[in-house]
Design a protein. Structure first.
Length: 252
């Protein structure tokens, strides 16, 4: 119980810190550009002249206006929902050249994951548990190589690793553990509030993993609060999240 409320307190504090850092960054950018404008003015004119206040004020207003517009555009994009976030983080398939030797292909995957983790700073790395039919042993071996690279990147960055069987992911999203990739992709669009036509089926499979993990993590943090409400407020037992039921309706 204490851990949940501590998490909420830290989240609020971090939000205030981020707002303060953003404001300081805006002030620093405005001041830097005003200094550049002043230096250019003095260079183009007599160095002994005073910089007009109108120039400094105009530069500050213009810079702040540009920052405001860019920020509002970003907020509007995020307002589209999860699909906008997925676009911003670059949901895509990491594919190496099949003509390259195995070690080079694995190095390509490692470098691509390194860049993504370094850029977006995720809190968890989520993988699909390895499963294959006995007739596809070679494919399973190649997948194991790639999974090993992903696990190595997680270890290098100190990221916790979460794994889910493909049947569990499919059932959580669609209500059917044997759903097709197309059905999974449709449900990904349902949960994110839209889909990008450029996403491959591999990309939507990865997004499905992320959605299922996020829902499970949400349950884990919500349950203590609901228990407190149920025990202290007398409003009944905690609600049970039923992703599969909604999935069955939307996947049809």
């Amino acid at each position: 119980m204490t851990g949940f409320f501590e998490h909420q307190r830290l989240a609020r504090r971090n939000s205030r810190v981020m707002v303060l850092l953003f404001a300081l960054a805006v002030v620093a950018v405005v001041a830097a550009l005003d200094l550049v404008l002043a230096a250019l003015y003095l260079w183009a004119n007599d160095a002994d002249m005073r910089v007009p206040g109108e120039l400094v004020l105009g530069g500050a207003v213009a810079t702040a206006a540009v920052i405001l517009v860019v920020s509002l555009v970003s907020v509007a994009r995020l307002g589209e929902g999860g699909v906008a976030v997925a676009r911003m983080v670059g949901a895509r398939r990491v594919a190496s050249d099949t003509r390259d030797p195995l070690e080079r292909r694995l190095g390509f995957i490692h470098d691509a994951l390194e860049r993504l983790v370094g850029r977006h700073r995720p809190g968890t790395l989520v993988l699909e548990k390895l499963y294959t039919h006995h007739a596809h042993v070679t494919t399973a071996a190649l997948m194991a190589h790639a999974r090993g690279v992903a696990c190595l990147v997680a270890q290098e960055h100190g990221l916790p690793l979460a794994e889910y069987p493909p049947t569990e992911v499919k059932k959580s999203l669609t209500g059917n553990g044997a759903a097709s990739k197309a059905q999974v992709a449709r449900m990904v669009g349902y949960w994110l509030g839209g889909a990008d036509p450029t996403w491959s089926l591999d990309a939507t499979d990865a997004l499905a993993l992320a959605i299922v993990h996020a829902r499970i993590a949400e349950q884990a943090t919500r349950l203590p609060a609901e228990l407190a409400e149920a025990l202290g407020g007398g409003r009944g037992a905690p609600r049970r999240l039923r992703v599969g039921a909604a999935g069955r309706r939307a996947a049809r």
